[in-house]
Write a protein that binds this ligand. Structure first.
Ligand code: ADP
Length: 275
């Protein structure tokens, strides 16, 4: 509400601050709601492996007490369930650490090209185990942006791991880093991760970065997913003034594109970040 604007004619007697208060309350309520939903979902996700662990412990104390073959099998399932709880807790902590820093702009200059190469090297043993080749296309010169190296590694890792996990029917995963041609994107760098797997049905695309959202819960669990990877990616990118786009045709694979402001662009961006 700006003095002298059209709004003034509609509400001549309202002082300016009332509008601000109303907006704050709505935003607070939305955030509060998100927090309670998150705690409820996280508790539910943790309870499932915990229930399974408790069940197996009871069976081992009772009926399977003297059955070495069953014991070995159950212990190995229990180890898997404990691993799932650990991954969930790691991701929940990771998300809350990033949220704490949500409004702090990363100050260090990093080389995005080095980060992508580092991550690809780290994931190439996993890729070759899955029979997938990661094809990498990087510029010849360093790609300097302002960013947090560990967080950008996490973004790259999550996207490439997803491409391997959900795109493993394909023989390749393509990872590229380039300056888009479109004039409106001239001051950004774009990281793209393309797989040739099953792809993602259109109706799911807008919801992929929601916490615990999975297209197929069973396949995510089988792939040791937590449903938090893309939520973490989104939060890291918000802090970096970045953007995530997803393109996919079912049966044709998926392309995840991350845009990040180039170094010379960052300096001109406003200080305030809206989450
Ligand atoms: P998860 O831990 O389950 O992998 P993410 O947040 O990383 O969680 O991804 C959310 C969901 O998006 C996944 O469960 C999967 O259904 C879908 N998804 C992510 N990446 C891809 C991809 N490259 N191809 C197909 N589906 C994908």
């Amino acid at each position: 509400y700006m003095p002298g604007s059209a709004g003034q004619e509609k509400m001549p007697s309202l002082p300016d601050f009332i509008l601000v208060v109303i907006q704050d309350l709505t935003e607070n309520r939305r955030l509060e709601r998100m927090r309670t939903d998150f705690v409820a979902n996280a508790s539910h996700e943790l309870r499932t492996p915990l229930a399974s662990l408790t069940g197996f412990i009871e069976t081992l104390q009772g009926p399977a007490r003297n059955d070495p073959e069953a014991r070995d099998r159950f212990l190995s399932i229990m180890l898997d369930q404990a691993g799932r709880m650990r991954r969930l807790i790691d991701d929940i902590l990771s998300l809350s650490r990033i949220e704490l820093k949500a409004h702090v702009r990363p100050a260090n200059a990093v080389d995005l090209s080095e980060i992508v190469r580092h991550t690809t090297d780290a994931l190439s043993p996993l890729a070759s185990d899955m029979g997938v080749e990661i094809r990498l296309q990087l510029p010849d010169t360093p790609v300097r942006i302002r960013g947090d190296r560990d967080e950008l590694i996490q973004v790259t890792e999550n996207l490439i791991e997803n491409a391997l996990k959900y795109g493993h029917d394909g023989k390749f995963v393509d990872v590229g880093l380039e300056r888009p041609q479109a004039p409106q994107d001239a001051l950004t760098w774009q990281l793209s991760v393309r797989d040739y797997g099953e792809g993602i049905p259109r109706e799911h695309l807008p919801r992929l970065t929601e916490r615990f959202y999975r297209v197929d819960v069973e396949s995510s669990r089988a792939m040791k997913g937590t449903g938090l990877g893309l939520a973490i990616v989104k939060h890291i990118l918000t802090r970096h003034r970045g953007r995530l786009e997803v393109e996919s045709e079912p049966g044709q694979g998926a392309t995840f594109k991350v845009s990040l402001p180039a170094m010379e662009n960052v300096e001109g961006l406003p200080e305030k970040i809206s989450a």
